[in-house]
Design a protein. Structure first.
Length: 198
């Protein structure tokens, strides 16, 4: 949240931000608060996450929570979640015509799985590949999928924000190739490749 603003953050927004910053994420996630955009909405907060197992960087993401107490016609609500997720994929996957549709389904299915109430989802899924040459030829081929999305979460109590945070965590995990955590399984700190306990 931008400390330089003169306005006092509404209680609901402040509590949702507290939940976002204090929640326990998957052990593969390294999550930090980052500066939020200052001109999109009266109030904003943001986090970034890196997905790391051992020395392998599998992906990264950002989640921005926007709030306009007066509401926004373009959002169809007074909150807006804005997400960016990037992950490495096999180069062969870039040519899969279903990749972008599958990538978009990760978000929608995660929101629905968590019973998150939302409106007006929108976004783009991009798959890119690159081949290194010359002095960096040893880097070889690389491919990535990027998902930029936003949606209007229906949040009337702080607890309702948790479903949206968990859905975003699932989106990032799926993009990075992590197995979903089954119901009733609590993540524990990974040793080498991660682990879970019941």
């Amino acid at each position: 949240m931008d400390a330089g603003r003169e306005q006092v953050a509404p209680k609901l927004f402040a509590e949702v931000v507290r939940i976002m910053l204090a929640r326990t994420w998957r052990p593969e996630f390294s999550v930090d608060e980052i500066p939020a955009p200052q001109k999109i909405a009266p109030f904003a907060a943001a986090i970034s996450a890196d997905v790391v197992i051992g020395e392998d960087d599998l992906g990264s993401g950002r989640l921005v929570l926007l709030h306009d107490p007066a509401g926004s016609a373009s959002w169809d609500g007074d909150f807006r979640c804005v997400s960016f997720v990037r992950a490495d994929i096999d180069p062969e996957m870039v040519t899969d015509p279903l990749l972008t549709e599958v990538g978009w389904s990760w978000l929608i299915e995660a929101l629905d799985r968590e019973h998150a109430d939302y409106r007006a989802p929108s976004g783009t899924v991009t798959a890119v590949s690159s081949q290194s040459f010359g002095g960096i030829a040893d880097d070889g081929a690389r491919a990535e999928v990027e998902l930029r999305a936003s949606w209007t979460p229906i949040i009337q109590t702080p607890a309702e924000a948790e479903a949206h945070l968990e859905a975003w965590a699932q989106l990032l995990g799926l993009a990075a190739g992590l197995p979903p955590l089954p119901d009733g399984v609590v993540p524990i700190a990974p040793r080498r490749t991660g682990g879970w306990s019941v």
